[in-house]
Design a binder for this molecule. Sequence first.
Ligand code: ADP
Length: 584
Amino acid sequence: MGSALDNQRLRAFSIAYVVLSLVLVATTYQLSLRAGLDRLTRSGKVVVEQSADRLIAQLESYRELTDLMARHPQISALIEGRSTSARTSEFLLRISLITGAKEVHTLDSAGRVLASSAFEDHPQVIGTDWSDRPDVIAAKTRRMGVFHSADRNGQRSYYFARSVLRDDGSPQGYVVVKVNMDELEAEWRIDETVVTFFDAAGVGFVSNRLGLALRRDETLERVPPATFNYPERVLSPLPGYTLVTTGGKTLWQFQSETEMPNRALVTSQDIPLIEMTARAFVDARPALSQARLLAALAAALLSLFGLAYAVFVQSRARLADQLRLEAEANSQLEARVAKRNTQLQQAQDNLVQASKLTALGQMSAGISHELNQPIAAIQNYAANAKKLIERGREPEASENLTLISEQTQRMARIIHNLRGFSRKETEPLERVNVASVLNASIGLAAQRAKSEGISLKVDAAPEVWVDAGQVRLQQVIVNLFSNAMDAMTDSPRKEITVSLSQRRDQVQLVVSDTGPGLSDIGRAFEPFYTTKEIGASKGLGLGLSISYGIIGSFGGLLSVENLDGGGAAFTITLPALSTQEAAQ
Ligand code: ADP
């Protein structure tokens, strides 16, 4: 019953523990992921800012170059007709080689190319009309004109245009510097984090991953791509991705074979100076794997703790089982011992009865003699009484009748004692006066003693109270008497001395004789130890062992010693009842 309840409680506890552990593990994962992604967001912002600074600085150097060239005397000399196109083109080629600009051109006030660093590769460029180019148009207003675009081969270029001013401040021509983005990006390739700058048309114009150049993100498109003269066929969409929300952030999940991280945390920032949006695609894996690691650690710890607790509970249960089994075994043992005790008690009761009958057999001769005497006397008194009545001497006859009555009383007493002795006694203990039990026992033994010439010396206190069984106590005393008488059969001096006394809380009854004493005193109380001939009316070897048990059951002790002058002395010691107890 209790263990079923325990099991139920244990199961409920286990389920609660597992649920709690799952919640804890999930919470650990979430918190760690959030913290990790926050960290990555911050580092993404830093990467974006650094990349934007770098790009701006790189473009700035070409802007300054354009500015410088617009004020260079060689350029104004050409525009004003003081130098040749060939010489200026040579000069421009040198400048482009030194500065790393892809091309440098000089235009006249109408926007036609007068000289170009590309005169060798593309001689036809001289004389072409560039007046409708957005950067040149912008330069007419004396501002720095900027433009970016890609050619049919997907070659991306950034253009700066600046007007060359006359002394009165009006434009007399233009300088155009073309920068090749591939070359600009060359040193970016080693960046760990993917960064791409998208222009107003949503086209990835600058990137540290070649594969992302000229990829379109339509969500960023504010003007049509035609604004930047992109040939249609060089543009392509971003690698396919799906958005997943985790740890409070939206991640871009790319197909694995692209250059993009599998799961990217995207940080965007508008860079107004170059009219582009910078985007960092930060790899979210470190945050994810850290969160997973921490969650696994938490799970492992919780499992370990759970396991330890389970082992503890198990061993406690096993211990309880063991104790229960031991307790069961103990109670079985106790039950067996109790049963065996009852059996022993029964056996002892039967033996007591058997030995009593043996004693009765031994005493029967004496008893019948004892009874015969009063019967003979009664017969005499009765015959005499009859004669006296016939003779009219009635007063004398009446005396005889009184004598008869006395004799019958004596017989009644003998029979009463005998009945008591042979009764099987199992009653509980009661208050018993040892003196009267002693008297009754002497009454039973007296006849035999007399017939065997044994003298009985009795020195007994009149009232000595103990807790005992009257009949059993009498049986013990009678047994001591008959053993003493047996022992003295061949003794020249035949004397039994009985003393009954109380010393404080102990009662002592000593029965001593003048026989030979015990030949093997150590075995006297051993069951079936006898030196007498075995037989119904002789020795059984049980008398003393049973007597020992009986006195023990009263809380007392039966002991024996051989007397110095020969003979044995048996002592019954019993706890005395106080006078108050005795009076109850
Ligand atoms: P049983 O009388 O049937 O032999 P008991 O147990 O009464 O059995 O006595 C055991 C033995 O102890 C006797 O056989 C006898 O040898 C010895 N014994 C008992 N009482 C006396 C005694 N008063 N004097 C000498 N020996 C005794």
